[in-house]
Ligand binder design. Structure first.
Ligand SMILES: Nc1nc2c(ncn2[C@@H]2O[C@H](COP(=O)(O)OP(=O)(O)OP(=O)(O)O)[C@@H](O)[C@H]2O)c(=O)[nH]1
Ligand SMILES: [Mg+2]
Length: 273
């Protein structure tokens, strides 16, 4: 397949062909997929074409209503699906919004119904990696809906709330469920969210770390409010998935545990330690 010179200009999207515009319309229809609590009602659309024709730009234009100019970097694979899991109220939706828009929604808590999704393109080692992030409802009554989506996820971010012992105690049940429904080689990361609320801490950092060690998954504490470690969690996942997709022999294997340990910010206070 031909590789075009590495440049794309803002006028590319301005000069969108009728076919491309039609695709945007079709994609919009797909996004309004109606009752998101119904498994199987999500329609997947795959953008195909030569490297450099503008597939990722088209997706970003559709998703964010803007064109990001700058140097072209090729996309790895057709994108990866990341699922957010954990009890209701641990902060999954806020975590996703912080990553996607850099914003935090404080105030009234609106529980997610069924499942929702957002796209984000991240650049990892000079290549674009598309993440489709599924935000699931933590409430028990939506559990069967979530089960239907597990098999399509390449990575799972499993969250608990450091101010809720119960959300931490339920992590074992979540992991059992994951082993039952998810792909065998799914990338899992355990996250102790709301690390900014140190005065109400109910789960020690060491307890999170030791549970993660027991299951052999990476761990860190995060805050959807301050943004602490939010981007790092997704970047580490993207790096791992990208490495799996295009592993070159001369490249040393990416070590997600080491990467996280070297990059993560620790929460400033820990009530029990
Ligand atoms: N202080 C603080 N509050 C947070 C944080 N993350 C989420 N919250 C608050 O916690 C509540 C629940 O957040 P959501 O993101 O809606 O929870 P959820 O996990 O999506 O819940 P479900 O959709 O029911 O599964 C909201 O009131 C948020 O404002 C955080 O990192 N720090
Ligand atoms: Mg939610």
């Amino acid at each position: 397949m031909e590789n075009r010179p590495l440049s794309t200009s803002g006028s590319d999207v301005m000069r969108m062909s009728p076919v491309q515009k039609e695709m945007i319309n079709a994609l919009s229809l797909h996004q309004n997929f109606g009752d998101s609590s119904q498994p199987g009602s999500y329609v997947q659309t795959i953008l195909v074409g030569d490297s450099g024709v503008g597939k990722t730009s088209l997706l970003v234009q559709f998703d964010q209503g803007k064109f990001i100019p700058g140097s072209f970097s090729a996309t790895v694979g057709i994108g990866f699906t990341v699922m957010l899991l954990g009890d209701s109220g641990v902060g999954k939706t806020c975590f996703l919004l912080q990553f996607k828009d850099g914003a935090f929604l404080s105030g009234t808590f609106i529980a997610t119904v069924g499942i929702d999704f957002r796209n984000k393109v991240v650049v990892v080692d000079g290549v674009k990696v598309k993440l489709q992030i599924w935000d699931t409802a933590g409430q028990e009554r939506f559990r069967s809906v979530t089960h239907a989506y597990y098999r399509d996820a390449q990575a799972l971010l499993l969250l608990y709330d450091i101010t809720s012992k119960m959300s931490f105690d339920n992590i074992r049940a979540w992991l059992t469920e994951i082993h039952e429904y998810a792909q065998k080689d799914v990338v899992i990361m355990l996250l102790g969210n709301k690390a900014d609320v140190s005065s109400e801490r109910a789960v020690r950092t060491e307890d999170g770390a030791s549970l993660a060690r027991e299951y052999g998954v990476p761990f860190m504490e995060t805050s959807a409010k301050t943004g602490m470690n939010v981007e790092l969690a997704f970047l580490a996942i993207a790096k791992e998935l990208k490495q799996r997709a295009v592993q070159s022999l001369d490249e040393p294997r990416f070590q997600i545990h080491d990467y996280i340990e070297s990059q993560k910010k620790k929460s400033s206070c820990c009530a029990f330690s």
